[in-house]
Design a protein around this ligand. Sequence first.
Ligand code: ATP
Ligand code: MG
Length: 406
Amino acid sequence: METQENLILIVDDKIHNLEILFDVMQMNGHQVLVADSGESALDKLKIISPALILLDVMMPSMDGFEVCRQLKSDDKTKDIPVIFMTALTNTADKIKAFKLGAVDYITKPFQQEEVLARVNVQLKLRNLNQQLQKSQFQLMQAEKISALGQLVAGIAHEVKNPVSFIAGNLEHTENYTQELVDLLKLYQKHLQNTPEEITHTIDTIDLDFLLEDLPKMIASMNVGIERISDIMQSLRNFSRKDATTKKYADIHQGIDTTLMILSHRLKANEIHPRIEVIKKYGDLPEIECFPGQLNQVFMNLLANAIDVFEDKAKQNEYFIPQISISTELVNDNNAKIIIYDNGYGMSEEVQNSLFNTFFTTKPEGKGTGLGLSISYKIITETHGGTLECFSSEGKGTEFVIQIPIK
Ligand SMILES: Nc1ncnc2c1ncn2[C@@H]1O[C@H](COP(=O)(O)OP(=O)(O)OP(=O)(O)O)[C@@H](O)[C@H]1O
Ligand SMILES: [Mg+2]
């Protein structure tokens, strides 16, 4: 439930108090909702989320302390600041109020200016606090991304040396073996009467097969080492710090690298079978962009799809998770990238909030709700493109990215 920034809930059983406070708050530009009992306040809080609550302590049936206790024990309402209104001058009660989580109290009969001043201070504090939390989250996300980049770059760097000496030695090995084979053939040619021991060994090791197989093995080792070098190169590309200017890059390479980095999550595990990735790459020229940032977008979209699969597979053991990625050139000047998953899809409500910062449906600790809002910024603001989501609940979700090729 989104907090209504300007809404104040006033809870008091005395209609007269409600009227005065209602007028003061409204005159000063606040929206006001009133409740004349604790029960009615709790009911209203099921459907609204005010920025602040003014709560009377002494009320029949449920008193303000009990209302506050219930508010603080519910995740949905625990962060709403509560100011107690009390005729009590009793210090023990004031302490009790603070212990229950109140942020302030006002003693009755109240001065209108004082009430207003205290309300405004609390609203301001709340606002500052939220801004602080937001920046903290953003910092965390930025740190996470740069830490991942550094880790990848570090590994790519460390692996580079051993890989290049294996590649270098393999070349020599190929030459040396060829020379040894040639020498062996010379022996065969010039040694007329082959001693029994040698013929026996030739049979045991199946020399003909060995000579045929050895070059093939070396060739496949060459292919393997080339593949490792490519992977290392793309990892270095993935993690390279984007300069302040755009550069031309191959989008398909970016997607492939991202898939490679996610490959451990695509494999079958105890939760889901192997995730099928269907690629339908069209003819795309190199695109003028910030490649590292685009990779971050692919990463966020693909990671979200995999998250959904993990949930869905728990419910349906016959489910076959699929992601399809297609690309095409549109009107000669736009690259279109469509990432589809056959997961849950999402409700209209989720679709409406999808790109909002901190919007998440995942449990605490799993999602921060930043992935899509950052992706949206990267595509629209940084690249002048569009990012759209099409989804039907229960069926699947399609994210469509369009960016100008330069
Ligand atoms: N492919 C998808 N299918 C269904 N729901 C999705 C999909 N992608 C995103 N969502 C919904 O959108 C919400 C916001 O996504 P977003 O990536 O911004 O945040 P998050 O994944 O929850 O957290 P974070 O990415 O910061 O770790 C998700 O919590 C989820 O409810
Ligand atoms: Mg996400």
